[in-house]
Design a protein around this ligand. Structure first.
Ligand SMILES: [Zn+2]
Length: 231
């Protein structure tokens, strides 16, 4: 069976009104930045790549630690990651791809087309996925769109139940739990349907891991600073 870890590599403050759809509150909202590591399969598998220190400096990220260093702290050499499932092509999920030199990056075709990513630039390192796809038995990607054209989420079967890594289909628990979208949208209907998909995949055990929510560290068990065991 698989084990799933959220690895936190930075944080940044914004305000609720800048982030949530039709929200008037100016309260501070802290975003945590994560990559997610899946162990217990034939090889370790990473979800997203995070970004490098140049982006961290340019964007004023607090407490930045390289995602590669976090993967190493979790016991895996960055060069030993054979596959990274890229949820979407925003910088905080994809810009760190060079940190994982031997990974193949699995991205939805619609995301690649929408972001005008030239796959030629990456040699044979990008694998295009169309729609829902089983990566290994019990690990699946699900195209949901909404936030970006080809956003995909990841479900993982574990001993405790199905873990759902929502990435930016639900930045915060507040999104999926109150059905409140975020401001950055390519398709509002798809974003709302994605909330239903998250709930359906998670079932009654509710092992939902929101994409940027500091509450992930409270709802699940940090085994050491920045390393949160989901299941
Ligand atoms: Zn994000």
């Amino acid at each position: 069976m698989y084990q799933v870890f959220a690895l936190k590599y930075g944080e940044r403050d914004t305000t609720k009104c800048q982030f949530f759809y039709r929200e008037s509150s100016h309260d501070t909202l802290t975003l945590d930045y994560f990559v997610w590591l899946i162990l217990g399969g034939p090889q370790p598998l990473l979800v997203d790549t995070g970004f490098r220190d140049d982006d961290a400096r340019a964007r004023g990220i607090r407490n930045y630690v390289s995602p590669a260093a976090m993967v190493e702290r979790a016991g895996v050499k960055p060069g030993d990651i054979p596959i990274s499932l890229i949820t979407h092509l925003h910088y905080d999920h994809w810009a760190g791809h060079s940190l994982f030199p031997n990974a193949e990056f699995w991205i939805q075709g619609e995301e690649v087309a929408f972001a005008h990513l030239t796959t030629l630039n990456y040699g044979n390192k990008i694998r295009i996925v169309e729609g829902d796809h089983e990566v290994w038995p019990g690990i699946r990607v699900h195209r949901v769109g909404g936030h970006t054209a080809g956003l995909q989420i990841v479900s993982v079967e574990t001993r405790r139940g199905t873990v759902v890594l929502t990435s930016d289909a639900s930045h915060f628990y507040h999104n999926v739990e109150t059905r409140q979208p975020v401001q950055i949208i390519t398709s509002l209907p798809e974003m709302l349907t994605a909330f239903d998909t998250i709930d359906r995949l998670a079932g009654s055990t509710k092992l939902v891991v929101a994409g940027h929510d500091p509450q992930v560290s409270e709802r699940f068990k940090p085994v050491e600073p920045g390393i949160i065991k989901i299941a």
